[in-house]
Design a protein. Structure first.
Length: 367
């Protein structure tokens, strides 16, 4: 292949463009990883709920923070047509002291044992009705606080301090950019409202399992699917818009840099292209050689940037305040495919220049 032979002949030039493609690929991968990581922090606990839909107060605007449901409403939600199972969940944020002495917040979720709201434990045991001062802590909480199952932790809320015992470990992720912690619903009520009586809200949201639940309404509540609930978490839409903008700019810069490089390279090769055309080479054949070079350089860049991004992620996870970056197979596949497409699109100017080359004029320039 003529295209590959040229790469071997111009090693320095193509090595430089391969380096640039590697850096651009690495940048886009890290931006995509940041987007996935921020999604995990924003509400992976919500995505992990064992539910098909979530009911909110109709005055909350799909906000867990603002949603408050009375016991009467909770009971009514459980009787929604199509609902097979339900579980009341309460939410409140509280402070704890990390292992490094810093004060941080955690998302405390109140639930009832034996319902679909109960998380699966990965260590220790589940909460029982007697564990009023017990909690199930996410692994991220335990890591940040420097604690383990069986340890005690002091929580501060409403200017009051309360000591909890960690009876189990869970892997539910985060909620509102805070590690998730599960407690009994009566404990949540005492934390948020002081356990002041029957007139206080009984839950923030209600999880539902069943068919055709999203879109249903009742007196004081509305039901939404989990995707809609996640999209309306405070800060998610703005965060994703920013990440998407950075991602688009990365792809555009990649297409522009590769396009300009190969356009200039094509201009330098006009005499050689003229010779090829003079001996019968078609425009398609010449352009295929350029495409072969573009795809080859892009694949080399991706082959280097993907392991580099994974090593960076592993290194960042060791930091006390780890950057929220997460990679999935989909992240790598999508990024690689889009970078290849944008690289090929960037060579469109070169294709136009190849078509314009007149063999006679090009041969005259060579003399």
């Amino acid at each position: 292949m003529i295209g590959l032979l040229e790469i071997r002949r111009r090693k320095v030039q193509f090595a430089l463009i391969a380096l640039i493609v590697t850096l651009i690929s690495y940048l886009v991968l890290m931006i995509n990883g940041l987007g996935v990581g921020l999604n995990v922090l924003a509400g992976s606990a919500l995505k992990n709920f064992d539910a098909d839909a979530i009911a909110y107060s109709d005055r909350a605007g799909i906000s867990v923070i603002r949603s408050e449901l009375s016991q009467e409403t909770v009971n009514a939600i459980g009787k929604t047509p199509g609902a097979e199972e339900s579980a009341a969940i309460g939410y409140v944020a509280a402070n704890y002291r990390r292992d490094d002495g810093k004060v941080n917040s955690a998302a405390f979720l109140g639930y009832d044992p034996g319902t679909i709201g109960e998380p699966k434990t990965t260590g220790g045991r589940a909460l029982t009705a007697e564990d009023r001062d017990g909690m199930l802590a996410d692994s991220s909480f335990l890591k940040a606080a420097g604690l383990d199952v069986g340890d005690q932790v002091e929580i501060t809320i409403r200017l009051e301090r309360r000591t909890f015992t960690i009876v189990g470990e869970i892997d539910e992720g985060a909620f509102f950019f805070q590690p998730a912690v599960y407690v009994l619903r009566p404990t949540w009520d005492a934390m948020k409202y002081g356990g002041s009586g029957d007139d206080t809200p009984a839950a923030s949201i209600v999880l539902l399992k069943g068919d055709d639940l999203p879109g249903k309404k009742g007196e004081g509540y509305e039901v939404y699917d989990k995707a809609t609930a996640f999209a309306n978490i405070e800060g998610v839409s703005g965060q994703q818009s920013t990440v998407t903008s950075l991602r688009v700019f990365g792809y555009l810069i990649g297409a522009l840099v590769i396009g300009v490089f190969f356009y200039v390279l094509t201009l330098q090769k006009i005499p050689q292209i003229g010779v090829l055309k003079a001996i019968g080479a078609s425009n398609l054949f010449v352009f295929r050689q350029i495409l072969l070079q573009v795809v080859g350089i892009s694949l080399i860049g991706l082959a280097i940037s993907v392991p580099l991004a994974m090593l960076t992620d592993a290194g960042l996870r060791r930091l006390p305040d780890a950057v929220p970056i997460a990679f999935t197979t989909g992240t790598f596949v999508t990024t690689a495919a889009l970078l290849l497409v944008t690289s090929i699109v960037g060579t469109a100017f070169s294709a136009r220049q190849v078509i314009k080359v007149d063999p006679i004029i090009a041969l005259g320039q060579q003399q």
